[in-house]
Design a protein around this ligand. Structure first.
Ligand SMILES: [Fe+2]
Length: 249
């Protein structure tokens, strides 16, 4: 059994709650689909914590940190600039800084394993394309994505909205599924939701456990008020980034 986490966004309270939940199951490996940093108040602690993952994909926030963030909205860009300043802080040990830059630089944009394919955004644009529930009606977009799959399942993140998109044009939310899904014979893409900034109206941290063909969407309550307080103490982090943690949007 393995766990898939994504979009942690420098939220250590959410990540620690999720890791505790993972550790209460017989999990062999943790896969991370990117956006470890950005938005939240604890980039260094979260980066250190994810070292235990079997792989960490590059999200658009890591890509923004390393290369370009011109397409980011002002709030996201300000948070990214602040994050960069935290990593470059002269008070941080040099070897830790070096390790962090190496870790981010080494992040692949996709991972193809026997069990599934993994990306941050979509197979058409691995770091930046959004696949939303409404896209299930966009046959061309979905067909192009499914055509890039050489096996049955692709796990992704990026939108912070969990669910299943099937090749037969159905979108299924975890609520509709009762939190569990058995992967069928047809191709499917599965969003594992967001650990650190859920946007599906449920403020609990979200991740997935995969055991053979069975995918379980886990929701874990965490002390979001502590994270909100930290965000509000940092002038460079917009208060709206705190407010959205409470409502899960
Ligand atoms: Fe994200």
């Amino acid at each position: 059994m393995y766990a898939i986490i994504s979009d942690l966004h420098s939220n250590i309270e959410a990540l620690d709650a999720v890791l505790a939940d993972i550790d209460s199951h017989a999990v062999d490996a943790i896969y991370c689909l990117g956006d470890v940093i950005g938005y939240g108040p604890d980039p260094i602690a979260v980066l250190e914590r994810v070292k235990r993952c079997a792989f960490i994909l590059m999200g658009n926030h890591e890509e923004g940190l390393m290369f370009f963030a011109e397409d980011f909205n002002p709030r996201a860009r300000a948070a990214l600039e602040w994050t960069k300043a935290q990593i470059m802080d002269p008070g941080l040990p040099k070897d830790l800084q070096h390790e962090i830059w190496q870790m981010i630089d080494a992040m692949p944009r996709s991972e193809r394993r026997a069990e599934a394919i993994f990306v941050h955004g979509s197979l058409r644009n691995e770091t930046r394309e959004y696949v939303m529930p409404g896209d299930i009606g966009d046959r061309r977009k979905m067909n192009e994505i499914f055509a890039l799959m050489d096996r049955g399942v692709c796990f992704f993140g990026h939108t912070h909205i969990p669910g299943v998109w099937t090749e037969s044009s159905r979108y299924l939310s975890p609520v509709e599924l009762g939190g569990e899904y058995v992967v069928p014979a047809e191709k499917v893409v599965i969003n594992v939701g967001s650990v650190g900034q859920p946007r599906d109206g449920d403020n609990r941290a979200c991740y997935a456990l995969v055991d053979g063909d069975k995918v379980t969407f886990r929701r874990v309550a965490y002390d979001y008020e502590a994270t909100m307080r930290k965000i509000m103490r940092v002038p460079e982090l917009s208060d709206t980034l705190a407010a959205r943690l409470k409502i899960g949007r």
